[in-house]
Design a protein around this ligand. Structure first.
Ligand code: GTP
Ligand code: MG
Ligand code: NA
Length: 452
């Protein structure tokens, strides 16, 4: 018998793929927002989360006239970066989700991070749907805004259709080379064995009804067990952020269970939830905006938590809730193990540059990037938030040891005037950028300059 809707939580869907395939733009198209245009360099550098209530999904899919009976309350969508240096964030996103959308640019086919994403999904045995995006870029395409894909394909000329078919066949062949059977979703007779392709455009909205409907139908049909609501809290920290008026907050994904204002929580610290906040439905949590305050929130949701001591929280770790029958010491022990595994990725060698970033998530990403063989810049110290005098002091230790490493790579943070003054005085260089690889470019230009 079909489950009552209150027994099912919202599925979590992660959106993955190579850089610039249109992941954020697809979400903008569904939300009616402009997040992508506000991103530095047009690239995503953080994980995001957006809640889509069932009513919005029903509205968006009505032209398909399918049975869009929704048993789930909505859909929580996690946006991830496609740029190569964010493997850790892709991994974190894919680790949270019940289903994924793998976005492929129809003009480019499979690209390196498509394959990396594919491997993450295979490794975790996560179901996914392929969005073959940017169909509007096919030569002579006639757009029909927000249309189901079948209806819009009927309007295209023979030439457009033959170009469309040629590119689809090519992508199917490329997936085959990766050991996967794929097929256009409306021709797919063996869902589960063969992965479905939905042609989409984030600019015209074509194919989006199909994508949403398929997502919801597929999760409801095959994941009832997994989506059955449980009381046990499962919650992961996405980001640690300072918000004016709230102090240090954490953005979390509540995968299962319920959180209440006043709950005692355990991560790297033990504290009490002061405020439970969410962005409005259809708004991205990583974008500054108005928050809604709640007494309690049921999974799945992207939530901002305000509490004392959250500056010690670490992205990627779990948050535990202390129940009436729980032993606080046991929970603290579990939280400690979690943290050590994240910290071990932040390596501190003896000689190297000092890196500073706005959030732990971006700090992790920056460290990961600096470690890649093509970049290979050693790191001796790390910091979070604006660059202060104390950070300059720490970086200045390298002046004696290895002068060129007396450098601060500052990602998406401000430098206080006092810190700047001290750096000039001591001869510590500070490179600032809001795109990770620009830091590398600046540092490399500096090192190359030394060699001349
Ligand atoms: P990262 O998060 O940086 O990996 O990129 P992304 O996959 O989120 O892609 P993004 O949404 O930033 O889009 C990249 C570029 O492609 C932007 O200039 C978009 O306007 C454009 N774009 C995205 N989707 C479409 C589409 O369907 N059609 C066309 N013509 N352009 C698109
Ligand atoms: Mg993006
Ligand atoms: Na982009």
């Amino acid at each position: 018998s079909p489950k009552q809707s209150e027994d099912l939580r919202s599925p979590i869907c992660c959106i993955m793929g190579h850089v610039d395939t249109g992941k954020t733009k697809l979400l903008d198209c569904i939300r009616g927002t402009n997040v992508q245009e506000g991103e530095a360099g047009g690239i995503t550098q953080q994980i995001g989360a957006t809640y889509f209530p069932a009513a919005n999904i029903r509205e968006r899919t009505k032209e398909l006239k399918a049975d869009a009976t929704l048993k789930v309350p909505g859909l929580l969508v996690i946006d991830t970066p496609g740029h190569e240096s964010f493997t850790n964030l892709r991994s974190r996103g894919s680790g949270l989700c019940d289903i994924a959308i793998l976005v492929v640019d129809i003009m480019h086919g499979l690209e390196p991070q498509t394959i990396e994403s594919l491997n993450l999904l295979k490794m975790r045995k996560t179901e996914f749907i392929i969005a073959l995006n940017k169909v509007d870029r096919l030569y002579d395409w006639k757009a029909r805004r927000n249309s189901p894909i079948g209806m819009t394909l009927k309007k295209q000329t023979k030439d457009v259709l033959s170009e469309f078919n040629r590119r689809v066949t090519y992508v199917i062949t490329q997936f085959k080379e990766q050991g996967l059977n794929t097929e256009l979703y409306y021709k797919n007779k063996e869902m589960g064995e063969t992965f479905s392709i939905v042609p989409t455009s984030a600019v015209t909205g074509e194919g989006i009804p199909d994508l949403l409907l398929l997502l919801v139908q597929w999760t409801q049909k095959t994941m009832v067990e997994k989506l059955t609501f449980s009381d046990e809290v499962q919650c992961t920290v996405l980001e640690v952020k300072v918000i004016e008026g709230l102090g240090t907050t954490i953005d979390v994904v509540l995968v299962n269970g319920v959180l209440h204002e006043g709950d005692q929580i355990v991560g790297p610290i033990v504290t009490t939830i002061r405020a439970l906040l969410t962005p409005h439905p259809m708004k991205e949590i990583r974008v500054k905006g108005a928050y809604m305050q709640h007494k309690e929130i049921k999974a799945a949701q992207g939530i901002k938590i305000a509490a004392q001591g959250l500056e010690h929280a670490i992205a990627g770790t779990s948050i535990y809730v202390v129940g009436p029958d729980d032993d606080l010491e046991d929970i603290k022990e579990a939280a400690k193990e979690d943290m050590q595994s994240v910290m071990s990725r932040i390596d501190k060698s003896g000689e190297g540059v000092y890196v500073q970033a706005s959030t732990l998530g971006s700090l992790e990403a920056l460290l990961e990037f600096l470690k890649t063989p093509e970049v290979n810049i050693p790191v001796s110290g790390i910091g979070l938030g604006p660059v202060h005098k104390k950070d300059v002091m720490k970086a200045s230790v390298m002046l004696e040891k290895k002068n060129e490493y007396a450098t601060i790579l500052a990602f998406d943070v401000k430098v206080t005037p006092e810190a700047r003054e001290l750096a000039d005085e001591l001869g510590v260089r500070i490179f600032i950028a809001d795109i990770i690889y620009h830091l590398f470019d600046q540092f490399k230009a500096y090192i190359d300059g030394l060699k001349e």
